[in-house]
Design a protein around this ligand. Sequence first.
Ligand code: SAM
Length: 280
Amino acid sequence: MLSYRHSFHAGNHADVLKHTVQSLIITALKEKEKPFLYLDTHAGAGRYQLSGEHAERTGEYLEGIARVWQQSDLPEELAPYISCVKALNHGPTLRYYPGSPLIARQLLREEDKLELTELHPSDFPLLRSEFQKDSRARLARADGFQQLKAKLPPPSRRGLILIDPPYEMKSDYQAVVKGIQEGYRRFSTGVFALWYPVVLRQQIKRMVHDLEATGIRRILQIELAVRPDSDRFGMTASGMIVINPPWKLEQQMNNVLPWLHRVLVPAGTGHTSVSWIVPE
Ligand code: SAM
């Protein structure tokens, strides 16, 4: 089943959280000279046109990136992320939104590598055309979960693995845990970042429980909710689960989340949290 298109949701509050975390991890990895791999298991199309039919139909970005990108008191933790949004929009009008591969492309160095996987027959060609001239990148129209076995460990022995499935199928909640377990077995020093939506809280509780049961340590959970949990109103929150987070990430997210929540949710509903599922 491949009915999910990220173009309907690009730039929403969940993307703002995900891409903030992604950009802070990449920035931390760049503090060491040694190159690293960025592996994106579910890469999407790369670039999203916000004036396009899909984005306009839902208008989700209007309650996401549109509220954030031109604020005058932007916290420093958002600087790498917002620099990517600005690099794609030459001027004051928000026309395009960078997906995770374009954020990585903008922030990675010449010596770093990208491995990008996308399965959708319409989105894969769009992604491929974005990266045609980038010799750092390798693209595959393949199953992202398989890449956690096929591409790890990277020769550089350093890397960020972003796992961002659409959760169209309920089995994705189990597949992500199995995939992480397989990837971690091959590359236990990698930084693994898993995105999740909160649609039914019980599904997330079960997924977190399954992750705990793997025995993996150093698992940080970061969440931003725009509404209280509910079983009736679709996605009320989203989060990032990060294994082996850079040491500053916990503090950085504690600094920036109250600001993000205030700007993204003027009504003040929902919550933010940063907590360890499993500590050191
Ligand atoms: N990571 C992207 C970003 O932040 O810009 C968004 C990705 S979107 C949430 C999920 C993507 O996974 C969709 O484009 C979908 O076509 C793709 N997809 C679904 N199943 C897949 C699979 N088994 N392997 C790889 N890609 C898959």
